[in-house]
Design a binder for this molecule. Structure first.
Ligand code: GDP
Length: 323
């Protein structure tokens, strides 16, 4: 029976990955950071099945201990400060949690169990001000936020540990991936939550930033399977995971609002607060390599994804009202 250690297990991707690995018979260890207000919303249904280990990504000793306890075959490093907009007001914390922490995790693995297979959650934000379109594994990086810069470090240190120490370390360059478990500050979930609240008369307007940004949005439940597939290969490698389709934020608004018979133009208000100091105008991934080498397949389309998210938010808001 295989053992996996997941950092960021209470987040969107971590929770889907934990479900997936449990269904495959893995023993799943989850790293949790001590906080006075723990949030298990995404993993409530599997909380008892996860073996919890206390630790902090910025504290190497705690990670060494975590790897000792879990004795894992696979480590999935998903924890980070993951919200781009928050990385300008907190660039150093983002650097600690999103960049340096990757070296901490790699060091813990190298020192305790160097044959562990390691997955690093890299990001399409590394492409930033894109050098070519679509973006693939060989496209040079040009990050546009402290978050993007930190992820570039995480990517290269993962590649470096593979090349320096022969570790089985993979970097998955995942384009935006969403779900009903996405944090409320991200644009997809912000919109689908607002649609549900507006439809129920709980909200009158939706304040937004740049509606012209283009993103390649996929379903998180599809993307976590690619993480696992990467660690089942004979050789470690890096892969782009994307849908190969892009849509504007405006299209996202259209799909979400029209699904419940509303016109977004009646509710959306431009607010400079949500415009970023530097923007990533366009992201479009070419995941040919993942399809060919991993046999990875996409199951949920952009329209299906947004409708799934609106449905779930409608359900949740209805339940809140009744309560
Ligand atoms: P990101 O691609 O990781 O930054 O994911 P986000 O979901 O946070 O943002 C996606 C795009 O939506 C970016 O280009 C944002 O500038 C744009 N956007 C426009 N209005 C908003 C907003 O109100 N909130 C967020 N989060 N993004 C917005």
């Amino acid at each position: 029976m295989k053992r996996a250690l997941i950092t960021g297990v209470t987040g969107q991707d971590g929770s889907y990955l934990a479900e997936f690995l449990l269904s495959k018979g893995y023993t799943v260890y989850g790293l949790r950071r001590r906080t006075s207000t723990p949030n298990y919303e995404n993993v409530q249904h599997i909380k008892e099945q996860i073996h919890w280990i206390s630790g902090d990504l910025t504290d190497l000793a705690s990670l060494i201990e975590a790897v000792r306890i879990a004795d894992p075959h696979e480590v999935y490093n998903l924890a980070a400060q993951s919200y781009v907009a928050a990385s300008w007001p907190q660039p150093l914390a983002t650097g600690q949690m999103t960049a340096i922490s990757v070296t901490n995790m790699l060091e813990a693995v190298r020192l305790v169990k160097p044959d562990t297979r390691f997955y690093q959650a890299s990001s399409s934000e590394m492409f930033g001000k894109v050098i070519e379109t679509p973006q693939k594994e060989t496209t040079p990086f040009y990050p546009r936020s402290p978050y993007g810069v930190a992820k570039v470090y995480g990517h290269w240190i993962t590649v470096n540990y593979r090349e320096s120490f022969g570790m089985f370390a993979c970097s998955g360059i995942l384009f935006n991936h969403e779900s009903p478990r996405r944090g409320l500050e991200f644009v997809t979930r912000k919109v689908t939550d607002a649609v549900a609240r507006i439809k129920h008369g709980l909200q009158q307007e939706l304040r937004m930033g740049n509606l012209d940004a283009l993103r390649d949005w996929g379903y998180a439940g599809d993307y976590i399977k690619a993480m696992w597939l990467m660690l089942q290969q004979e050789q470690p490698d890096d892969f782009v995971i994307s849908t190969g389709e892009m849509h504007t934020v405006r299209e996202l608004l259209e799909v979400a609002f029209s699904y419940v018979d509303l016109n977004y133009e009646d509710y959306v208000v431009m607010d400079p607060e949500f415009v970023r100091p530097a923007e990533v105008d366009l992201l479009l991934g070419d995941c040919t390599k993942a399809k060919q080498q991993l046999g990875w397949e996409l199951e949920v389309s952009f329209q299906q994804l947004i409708k799934m998210m609106v449905d779930e938010d409608m359900k949740r808001v209805r339940a809140e009202i009744k309560y």
